[in-house]
Design a protein. Structure first.
Length: 111
């Protein structure tokens, strides 16, 4: 049996996107062939050769282990909660910074 998935990418400006999905928001920064995504599951770095389908992806942070044989030592619930809060705060700071940069760019265009 299948499942429904939800995914929406909003480009803020070239090289920066906010991604919304069932698992939560994430932020993607980069150019064609290389990008970094920061989200609730950690940091994903992807480098590839555009147009070939050849790429390398590495992950740092929380993994479910569902799609991977790689085993990590699970964090204690308190440690995981602290790490989740830190990631959420970092993402919020980055988002606020982006809003400030967009506002400053818009202000400079109209003056």
């Amino acid at each position: 049996m299948g499942s429904f998935r939800f995914y929406k990418r909003m480009r803020i400006f070239p090289g920066l996107s906010v991604n919304l999905s069932k698992s939560g928001p994430s932020l993607t920064m980069g150019v064609r062939g290389a990008h970094v995504t920061v989200g609730s599951r950690g940091v994903t770095r992807t480098v590839g050769i555009p147009g070939t389908g050849i790429y390398y992806t590495s992950h740092t942070g929380h993994h479910t282990g569902f799609h991977s044989a790689h085993q990590e030592n699970a964090l204690a619930p308190e440690q995981q909660s602290a790490a989740d809060r830190k990631a959420e705060i970092t993402l919020a700071i980055v988002a606020v910074g982006i809003v400030i940069m967009i506002a400053a760019a818009a202000n400079s265009l109209f003056h």
